[in-house]
Design a protein around this ligand. Structure first.
Ligand code: T5A
Length: 211
């Protein structure tokens, strides 16, 4: 029995967490066992790395290379401790960000050599690839405005980047999705929560049918 691995990608505030929660509820109502997780994070080690990457003073002045390896370290543990075992048990794993975030944020926006990023990504994930990736596309100005409205002035290290960084992230995602059209479902994140939920459900239902 093998499960299903669905990842959610997009810029800050695009609505991933909101849609993951809605999809989880629908799947559980069908009697499916669902694991909801996130990156960086998802394990005790990963959550410690997340704190280093986002909030810890030790992360100030972090080099792009160290950043890449920390995201990869969190992912390597996440795959082996949580994601791969859950899929092997037939569960459905919904993951808020996965290797595409590294491809785009570190590879495209930080301009680290894409071959090196790919090699590190593959080393981190082994053979645990997503079956389906939902990209919620949104102009960064809108996503960041949502984050600012929510965060009470408390932004994490990545959220303090200039707008050009997030524009590069957005374009990077769109190019990546174009290069792998079978794996990606690209949705317009400026739609309502309910519209997005319906489109995601249609795709996931179709993906589940043959299983
Ligand atoms: N990162 C991560 C890398 O650089 N490399 C990597 O390899 C990885 C894994 C992680 C950061 O790390 C970087 C990327 C990120 O910079 P995070 O704290 O996990 O950061 O933050 P995000 O993933 O950006 O998540 P957010 O919580 O900021 O955004 P979500 O989950 O996309 O959005 P959500 O659902 O929380 O919604 C945001 C707000 O908008 C509203 C919600 O109610 C909420 O207030 N909203 C909508 N409003 C209007 N219309 C809709 N359709 C809406 N949907 C949600």
């Amino acid at each position: 029995m093998t499960g299903l691995f669905i990842t959610f990608e997009g810029g800050e505030g695009c609505g991933k967490s909101t849609q993951i929660a809605a999809l989880k509820a629908r799947l559980e109502a069908m009697g499916k066992t669902v694991v909801q997780t996130r990156e960086p994070g998802g394990t005790a080690l990963g959550e410690s790395v997340r704190n280093l990457l986002q909030y810890d003073d030790a992360g100030q002045g972090m080099s792009p290379e160290a950043e890449l390896l920390l995201f990869a370290a969190s992912r390597a543990q996440h795959v082996r401790e949580l994601i791969a075992p859950a899929i092997a048990e037939g569960q459905i794993v919904l993951c808020d960000r996965f290797l595409d975030s590294t491809t785009v944020y570190q590879g495209v926006a930080r301009a680290i050599d894409s071959k090196k990023v790919d090699t590190i990504n593959q080393f981190a994930i082994g053979d645990t690839n997503p079956d389906l990736t939902i990209l919620i596309d949104l102009p960064p100005e809108i996503g960041l405005a949502r984050v600012h409205a929510r965060s009470d002035g408390q932004l994490d290290r990545m959220e303090k980047e200039a707008i050009g960084f997030f524009q590069a992230v957005r374009q990077g995602y769109l190019d990546l999705a174009k290069s792998e059209p079978k794996r990606f479902l690209v949705l317009d994140g400026s739609q309502s929560v309910e519209e997005l939920e319906t489109q995601i459900w249609q795709k996931v239902e179709a993906t589940l049918l043959p299983l």
